[in-house]
Design a protein around this ligand. Structure first.
Ligand code: GDP
Ligand code: MG
Length: 597
């Protein structure tokens, strides 16, 4: 395809503003699929994506419109996948900015737009959902101009749901988005935009060709990975797979090259010809590192092998999550896993439980701390990275602990501002900026990631009745007064519940944990003390009173069938309990205890 006939674009939108629906419409209008095939949303492939309404993996569809090839690139819709988003955007020359006509501009819209602007995109505003009674397209048009600073005078008024404005959007893409640039005669230079595991094709790699071309039978080299592979398929998704002879400059499509694991294919890597390599790699390559870690343990110790297999399978398709075996005194064998963020953690955990039918205990999520150790007789001073509170070194050897910080952008209607400010303040936030735009406040805060990973997002949403939106990026490590807090149940430390906390908030956190555990752990025949402690010092304490021996006898004395039911129920419950010495702790307690009040 000649360069001037190609348009590459992505769709940026805040969650739920209609990105997937619009993508489906564009595919349908350009004839990619029949109505029947359209019944399911095409771009959101996985069940979890569909249910949560978010896109996790980027996908691209090749459309044809009035003699032009339009490559529509779907990008992941969540802050946890920021790097993948940035590579997808780097593969395009333009973007449709979809804004819900009833909701207006939100935090994630802004974050995405700024990224898009950084990539020099031509941005075409689309005001979606104009069919809604609550739609205020003119107000939203003004918002796009005032808040984002884009000319919205030609913004398309659309309804992805009812099919209004679709032709106009396609025409604007052709007319306004610049064609890609590239040199067909230069050595091959292509970006690895995304990759995933397909049971039939093996690892599928999405590429954007910059210069040269890529063909079946070509020996290619990944510059960052340093590996070579033989291309055995080249094609595009329309959205059904169509094999092509080659992909030339400016084109987006897929290749396969008999690669077994996505871990061998780093997003952002440069693909070149093995025999005639490009002189320099593409800019912007970055290896993504997990930022949130937690332990995953099977509730039933017999499920360990099944867990190992399932995690291995998931990892085939997700190179950004890491795992290694871990043993816990109380929980037995499990895995220490690393994730890009909390949502990523939840997605993996949910898939393990749902697709692989595993009952899991998740230990407290932890960020990566940098610990500066002082000299000892046998060792030099050094810095270690701590992923697991259980591995915390002896406090006497610690010179300083550094924790990761983020900068958050929060967008909130005025009426909830006070409560949101308090939440940020309680989480050790440092306010950087507060501005008003169209009756809503835009807040910028620096926050320790540690204070965000537990339940910040949930709290933010519940405080603001869902109206606040949140976006963040990491800004590096800073020293903090941090200590390890242990939780003791019946005088025994429960390793899965120990966490690293700021000294200033330790007591409140400890008290909250003890109170919640008191409600979550059932009574036993003896008294159970629950304590939070830093080193040897107890900072909070609760006691679960003993169960009176005659309770079951009294309640269920005469009725044999009810008694049996109760026993069955207890047996059922057993599976979901963990024994700590002589105390049984229900599985739910582990996760629930970590939610802050
Ligand atoms: P995404 O999160 O941006 O991909 O949003 P979706 O495309 O999944 O849409 C979110 C919700 O908005 C879904 O329930 C859609 O049916 C609905 N929706 C999308 N476009 C429109 C529209 O033009 N009008 C109305 N009324 N609803 C829409
Ligand atoms: Mg979507």
């Amino acid at each position: 395809t000649p360069l001037d006939r190609i348009r590459n674009f992505s769709i940026i939108a805040h969650i739920d503003h209609g990105k997937s629906t619009l993508a489906d419409r564009l595919i349908q209008r350009t004839g990619g699929l029949s109505d029947r095939e359209m019944s399911a949303q095409v771009l959101d492939n996985m069940d979890i994506e569909k249910e949560r309404g978010i896109t996790i993996k980027a996908q691209t569809v090749r459309l044809e419109w009035k003699g032009h090839v339009l490559n529509l690139m779907d990008t992941p819709g969540h802050v946890d996948f920021a790097y993948e988003v940035s590579r997808s955007l780097a593969a395009c020359e333009g973007a449709l900015l979809v804004v819900d006509a009833a909701q207006g501009v939100e935090a994630q819209t802004l974050a995405n737009v700024y990224q898009s602007i950084e990539h020099d995109h031509e941005i075409l505003p689309v005001i979606n959902k104009i069919d809604l009674p609550a739609a205020e397209p003119e107000k939203v048009r003004a918002e796009i101009e005032d808040i984002i600073g884009l000319d919205a005078s030609e913004a398309v008024l659309a309804s992805a749901k009812s099919g209004i404005g679709i032709d106009e959007i396609l025409d604007q893409i052709v007319a306004k988005i610049p064609p890609p640039k590239g040199d067909a005669d230069a050595p091959l230079k292509a970006m690895l935009v995304d990759s995933w595991y397909d049971p039939y094709l093996g690892v599928v790699i999405l590429v954007r060709v910059i210069d040269g071309s890529i063909k079946k039978g070509q020996q290619i080299k990944f510059l960052a990975a340093g590996t070579t592979h033989l291309v055995d398929r080249v094609g595009a998704f329309r959205p059904k797979i169509e094999q092509l002879g080659q992909l030339g400059p400016g084109e987006i499509g897929f290749i396969t090259a008999q690669i077994k694991e996505v871990a061998q294919t780093a997003v952002g890597d440069t693909i070149t010809d093995a025999k005639k390599p490009a002189a320099a790699p593409l800019p912007g390559f970055k290896e993504v590192q997990p930022v949130v870690f937690c332990g995953l343990f099977p509730v039933d110790a017999n499920d360990f092998e099944k867990l190992r297999e399932s995690i291995g399978k998931l990892r085939l398709n997700d190179a950004s999550f890491s795992y290694e075996m871990e043993t816990s005194a109380a929980l037995g064998f499990g895995f220490r896993c690393g994730f890009l963020g909390l949502l990523h953690l939840e997605i993996i955990q949910e898939r393990l439980m749902r697709e692989y039918d595993l009952d899991l205990i998740t230990t407290a999520p932890s960020v990566v701390y940098r610990i500066h150790l002082s000299h000892s007789k046998t060792e030099d001073a050094k810095v270690i990275e701590l992923h697991n509170p259980a591995d915390m070194p002896d406090p006497n050897r610690i010179e300083e602990i550094e924790e990761p910080w983020i900068e958050a952008t929060i967008y909130v209607p005025d009426e909830y501002l006070g409560s949101i400010l308090k939440l940020c303040q309680d989480r050790r936030g440092i306010q950087k900026d507060l501005t008003y735009v169209g009756g809503r406040a835009q807040l910028r805060y620096e926050l320790p990631l540690n204070e965000v990973v537990f339940d910040f997002y949930d709290r933010l949403k519940s405080i603001s009745r869902g109206y606040a939106s949140f976006d963040y990026h990491q800004i590096g490590h800073r020293p903090g007064d941090l200590v390890k807090m242990n939780i003791l149940v019946n005088n025994e430390a429960v390793d899965a519940l120990s966490m690293i906390v700021h000294r200033g908030t330790a007591e409140a956190r400890g008290r909250g944990m003890c109170e919640r555990l008191k409600d979550l752990i059932p009574r036993h025949l003896f008294k159970i003390p629950i304590q939070a402690a830093i080193g040897g010092k107890v900072i909070a304490r609760e006691t679960i009173a003993a169960l009176r021996k005659d309770v079951t006898a009294k309640c269920y004395g005469g009725d044999a069938s009810r008694k049996r039911k109760l026993l069955d129920k207890q047996k059922e419950g057993k599976k979901r309990m963990r024994e700590y010495g002589s105390v049984s702790i229900p599985q739910e307690a582990f996760i629930a205890a970590l939610r802050m009040g």
